[in-house]
Ligand binder design. Structure first.
Ligand SMILES: [Zn+2]
Length: 423
C-alpha cells in the first residue's frame, strides 16, 4: 500500500479540500488499509488531486508511430498528470470496428502506463459516407464516437449518428468547423493574419457548424459533445442550447483558453502555433474562460497532437496543425490561476470530475473505492519548457523556452507509480 501524507487533498467530485493523508491499496483509494506494507510519500506542502481525465488526445498508433506511440504518449500523459486518455480515431487503420477497438485495448494493455479509452469513428474511415459500427464498438469498449479532426460533412448522416447515440448511450463528439468556409485558411481571420499575409479562418466556420450540430441535437434528442471550442459566439450558442435543455457537452483546450493568435505573430510564423481550429483573439479566450467558469464548457482537454519534426519544419501554411500538449497543459493552465482569474479547485474540477461526468466515466475522483488515479502537484514550482526532454515524440510546442509555474511531482495510475519527479 501507499500512504501520501500531509498533502492538501482536493477532490472536486466531493467538494473535499483539506489537509489529510491519502491511502492506496490494491489499486484503489481506501479509507483504512488492511496491510502494513507501507510506502510512505511525504506530500506536505503540495496538492493531492485525482489524476486528470482527458477526453481528447491523439496517440497516433497504429499507423503513425513516428509521431507518437501508445508507449510514448501515455508516458507523456503520466508526466503531465493525466491518468485517463480518450484516444481519437485518426489512426491507420481508423478505429471504426469492434475488432479495431479490441486491438487498440490489447495494445494499450501491453504498452500503456495510464488508462487508454478508445473513441471510435462516427463514420466508416471518417469518410462521411455511412455510419460506422457504433454498437459493436460500444460493446467492445469505445466510450464515444468522433471523426476526429473532421466534421461529419453530410448533415443527414450527422442526424442519424445523433439518433444512434441514443441507442448506444455514448456521445457523438464533433469537430465543429465548416470545412467549406475554412477553405485552406491557416490562422484566425483578423488583423494579424492580414499583417502576416496568411489566409484566415473566420469565426463563422465554427459558429455555422456548432449551430448545425445543436439544431440536430435538438431534433434528435441525441447526445452531442463539441470538441475544442475556440470562439466567443460558440460559447454563447452552447450556453443558450443548455438553457433550452439540449443535450450537449463541450470542451476547450489549454491553448485556446490561455493563448491567442498573437503567438503566431510574436513568434514569427512559428508553425508550432498552428492549430485546428486556430488560436483566436484574446477576446475569444476570455469568453472561453467565462464559459468554463459558468459551466457552459464542461471540461478542459489536452487535444494532444504530436507531430513529426518534418511536419512542422516548413512554411506556416504547409505545416500540419497541432500542439504536443500533455506535458505542458497543467503548467500553462496554471497561468490562469496565478493571474487570479480561475481558482485551483475550478481548474482541477475541469480536468477531473467535470470531464469524467461529461462522458459518464467512473474516474476523476478520490472517493474510497475509486481506482487510485492520483497526482501530487506543486502549483508554484517554476520550470522552463524544453521539448527535448519531453516523453512525447512530438516536440511541437509554441511554449519552448518559456517558464511555466506549476508542475507534476508524482502520478499514480491504478495504484502504480507511473511518474515521479523529485518527491
Ligand atoms: Zn484533436
Amino acid at each position: 500500500m501507499i500512504r501520501l501524507t500531509g498533502g492538501r487533498v482536493v477532490d472536486p467530485a466531493s467538494g473535499r479540500d483539506e489537509l489529510a493523508d491519502l491511502l492506496v491499496e490494491d489499486g484503489r483509494i481506501v479509507d483504512s488499509a488492511t496491510t502494513r506494507d507501507e510506502t510512505v510519500i511525504d506530500a506536505s506542502g503540495y496538492v493531492v488531486a485525482p489524476g486528470f481525465v482527458d477526453l481528447h488526445c491523439h496517440l497516433r498508433e497504429p499507423g503513425f508511430e513516428d509521431a507518437e506511440t501508445i508507449a510514448s504518449g501515455t508516458r507523456a500523459a503520466a508526466a503531465g498528470g493525466f491518468t485517463t486518455l480518450c484516444a481519437l480515431a485518426d489512426t491507420q487503420p481508423t478505429t471504426d470496428t469492434g475488432s479495431n477497438v479490441e486491438s487498440l485495448l490489447t495494445q494499450a494493455r501491453r504498452d500503456a502506463v495510464v488508462r487508454v479509452l478508445p473513441v471510435g469513428t462516427t463514420t466508416k474511415q471518417r469518410q462521411s459516407e455511412e455510419l460506422s459500427e457504433m454498437a459493436d464498438m460500444a460493446y467492445a469498449g469505445a466510450v464515444a464516437f468522433s471523426d476526429s479532426d473532421r466534421a461529419v460533412r453530410k448533415t443527414s448522416l450527422m442526424r442519424h449518428a445523433l439518433e444512434y447515440s441514443l441507442l448506444v448511450e455514448k456521445p457523438i463528439a464533433s469537430h465543429a468547423e465548416d470545412a467549406e468556409l475554412v477553405d485552406g485558411g491557416v490562422m484566425h481571420e483578423g488583423a494579424l493574419a492580414t499583417v502576416l499575409g496568411l489566409k484566415g479562418v473566420p469565426r463563422q466556420a465554427e459558429e455555422i457548424a456548432v449551430g448545425r450540430d445543436l439544431a440536430l441535437a435538438q431534433l434528435t434528442g441525441g447526445r452531442l459533445h463539441l470538441a475544442h471550442l475556440s470562439t466567443a459566439a460558440a460559447v454563447s450558442q452552447v450556453r443558450d442550447a443548455k438553457a433550452r435543455g439540449i443535450r450537449v457537452t463541450a470542451e476547450v483546450s489549454p491553448h485556446h483558453l490561455v493563448l491567442s493568435d498573437e503567438v503566431v505573430s510574436l513568434k514569427m510564423y512559428d508553425t508550432n502555433a498552428r492549430t485546428s481550429p486556430p488560436l483566436r483573439s484574446p477576446t475569444d479566450a476570455a469568453a472561453l474562460l467565462a464559459g468554463l467558469k459558468d459551466g457552459t464548457i464542461d471540461c478542459v482537454v489536452s487535444d494532444h497532437s504530436p507531430r513529426r519534426w518534418i511536419d512542422k519544419a516548413c512554411e506556416f501554411d504547409q505545416a500540419l496543425p497541432g500542439i504536443s500538449s500533455l506535458e505542458t497543459a497543467f503548467g500553462l493552465l496554471m497561468r490562469l490561476v496565478h493571474a487570479g482569474v480561475l481558482s485551483l479547485s475550478e481548474l482541477l474540477s475541469a480536468l477531473t470530475y467535470r470531464a469524467a461526468r461529461a462522458w459518464d466515466l467512473p474516474y476523476g475522483t478520490l472517493s474510497a473505492g475509486a481506482p487510485a488515479d492520483v497526482v501530487v502537484l506543486d502549483p508554484d514550482q517554476a520550470w522552463v519548457v524544453d521539448p527535448d526532454r519531453f516523453f512525447s515524440k512530438g516536440r511541437n510546442t509554441p511554449l519552448a523556452g518559456q517558464t511555466l509555474r506549476g508542475t507534476v511531482l508524482l502520478t499514480l495510475a491504478n495504484g502504480n507509480i507511473v511518474y515521479r519527479n523529485g518527491l
